[in-house]
Design a protein around this ligand. Structure first.
Ligand code: AMP
Ligand code: GLY
Length: 426
């Protein structure tokens, strides 16, 4: 089987690394990929949004399965285009991808299907949004969200009505998020512990993966600005099998049903971003692809043949797949970032110590924002590496991951020092 993975982040490096291990896979390509995917598989210099060139490549190379990594091409309808061209592809259609592409659509779907989530209203008009906030007498904290895709930046958590008014103004009047923020969702702040549960879905069958916990804030102790994710670990002690059963029954099953009813059958990876509250798990958001850095932590523990699973999802035959097998060990992924991230940062700094880091046992350095320049690997993005390790306990996995991190240097490199501590403190 020949596979093409589309994307260039840490998630895509993890996907190609895992897919390549399948006995049935003969070749893996990554378009456009990064320096790390270039070391493990073959990079193809086509952008993730250049659908005609990607389709031409898949046809010429006789690709058996294309796996779309990121939400941008999915929301733009890449799966529909591949299917029209008669190509097998893993990922949701354009209509189903609206679950991530429009927060309003996702919230209205949840309301219809009675899926637990924060109370909300949607607005296009700033004055109306502000009077809604004023009317909510016993609520002080709100979360204001741009409706469309904003690369993880379109969410503002507000700890007072003053902050909420400010965020509404920025989105609807100053148009800070452009078209993505022309419409907003105003929702109540949820209190609890965050967790991500990903599931393979083929329109009917749902197969949950092991849960993972991301670290969205930039700095230790969950302080600082929101980022794409600074690290992850798996499993999460509080995500017991009972909690997972509740999430499947109250969230995943009704979502898959409702999407079918709406004529938007969901196929691919459904990612539920959850708040585990006193009243049970509630949905913060849905994504329509694997998470980053959750993928690094979760796929490191997957023993089953990922290519077979994704092939079955694409063909609507997920029910024919054996139950997933997991490594009992724990995994920790530490993201190393460029100086200045999540704000502006400089690119082109040479990375050192990757060979030494690779020698730490049970550890894999997944690349995200890297590129090859001559014989050097340099940083090319905000999140640069996802250093991921397995250990008999979370503490041991953490120790190994940070041991590998210590070997790696570039001008300005930094990371959080507390990835997975939340699990241990509990
Ligand atoms: P998102 O970019 O949608 O993942 O949101 C970014 C972060 O904002 C989430 O990881 C949460 O920490 C926080 N957040 C979003 N919605 C809520 C909510 N209703 N209550 C509390 N926190 C939230
Ligand atoms: N880890 C958050 C995301 O993938 O959206």
């Amino acid at each position: 089987m020949k596979i093409l993975v589309i994307g260039n982040g840490g998630r895509e490096h993890t996907l190609v690394w895992k897919l390549k291990q399948s006995p049935s896979v003969t070749q893996v390509f990554c378009a456009p990929g990064n320096a790390g995917t270039g070391l493990d598989v073959t990079n193809v210099a086509i952008k993730a949004t250049d659908f005609p060139q990607l389709i031409k490549f898949a046809q010429t190379e006789k690709i058996d399965l294309t796996v779309v990594g990121s939400e941008v091409p999915l929301v733009a309808g890449i799966v529909d285009e591949f299917k029209k061209a008669g190509l097998r592809v893993f990922g949701p259609s354009k209509l189903a991808a609206e679950l991530e592409g429009s927060k309003r659509f996702a919230k209205e779907m949840m309301a219809k299907a009675k899926i637990p989530t924060a109370d909300f209203r949607t607005f296009k008009n700033a004055a109306e949004a502000m009077s809604y906030i004023d009317e909510r007498e016993n609520v002080e904290r709100f979360v204001i969200k741009a409706d469309g895709l904003a690369a993880g930046k379109g969410v503002v958590v507000c700890f007072s009505k003053i902050e909420a008014r400010e965020a509404i103004k920025r989105m609807l009047i100053h148009k800070d998020f452009g078209a993505a923020g022309m419409q907003i969702v105003v929702e109540d702040f949820l209190v609890g512990e965050e967790a991500s549960l990903l599931a393979f879905v083929d329109g009917t069958t749902i197969v949950p993966l092991e849960a993972a916990q991301d670290h969205k804030a930039a700095f230790d102790g969950d302080t600082g600005p929101n980022t794409g994710g600074m690290g992850a670990y798996s499993p999460i002690p509080i995500m017991t099998s009972e909690v997972v059963d509740v999430i499947v029954e109250k969230i995943l099953v009704p979502t898959v049903h409702e999407m079918n009813k709406a004529g938007r059958p969901f196929s691919g990876c459904l990612y539920a971003g959850l708040m585990l509250t006193n009243q049970g798990p509630k949905v913060i958001e849905f994504n329509v692809r694997l998470g980053d850095p959750e993928t690094q932590a979760v796929l490191m523990r997957l023993k089953s043949d990922l290519a077979q699973i994704m092939y079955a999802v694409a063909d609507g035959k997920l029910d024919e797949i054996e139950p997933l097998e997991w490594d009992e060990r724990s995994s920790v992924c530490v993201v190393m970032a460029s100086a200045g991230y999540p704000g502006d940062y400089e690119k082109g700094k040479p990375l050192r110590g990757l060979e030494e880091a690779a020698l730490v046992p049970d550890t894999k350095v997944f690349h995200a924002g890297t590129t090859q320049v001559g014989d050097q690997i340099v940083n090319d993005g905000g999140r640069v590496l996802g250093v991921t390790a397995l250990g008999d306990s979370l503490a041991e996995a953490k120790l190994k991951a940070y041991q590998a991190v210590k070997y790696i240097r570039w001008d300005g490199a930094w990371c959080r020092k507390d990835i997975s501590d939340k699990a241990v403190k509990r």
